[in-house]
Ligand binder design. Structure first.
Ligand code: FE
Length: 145
């Protein structure tokens, strides 16, 4: 049987059917993560969130962003100038809605996170514009798995 990618990514990909995702995600999370929805700006739980810690994928739990790289972009969405590791995210061209954008996905589960723009601050100049719905925050020193 084919279907397993034999590459150097050590972490296993998570593949679930739409029905299976619906069992583990809220309706809003499902809409954003699996149907590439976008939450309304200034409404999510993390756009103003400032605690020290780590933001993980709300679908599969993979850690994606650190609060160290979070900044106030005034966009109304949580914004980061870098990911924890480039291997954790997948970037794809997104030409939907008459725009040329770069979509950001969780590499482990394929969940839609948001988009990447090049108007971020130093040192990267990048802005990962991410939906709160796609993230779960964990405080530092809380001891995760
Ligand atoms: Fe994920």
């Amino acid at each position: 049987m084919k279907g397993n990618e034999s590459n150097s990514v050590s972490e296993q990909k998570i593949v679930r059917t739409g029905t299976e995702w619906k069992e583990v995600l809220t309706a809003t999370q499902y809409h954003v993560l699996r149907e590439k929805g976008t939450e309304r700006p200034f409404t999510g739980k993390y756009w103003r969130h400032k605690e020290d810690g780590t933001y993980a994928c709300a679908a599969c739990g993979q850690e994606l962003f650190r609060s160290d790289a979070k900044y106030d972009s005034k966009s109304g969405w949580p914004s980061f100038w870098d990911a924890i590791d480039k291997d954790k995210v997948e970037l794809r061209n997104d030409n939907g809605y008459g725009m040329r954008r770069i979509e950001v996905l969780c590499r482990r589960c394929g969940g839609h996170l948001g988009h990447l723009f090049d108007d971020g601050p130093a040192p990267t100049g990048q802005r990962y514009c991410i939906n709160s719905e796609s993230l779960n925050f964990r405080k530092n020193n809380q001891g995760s798995d």
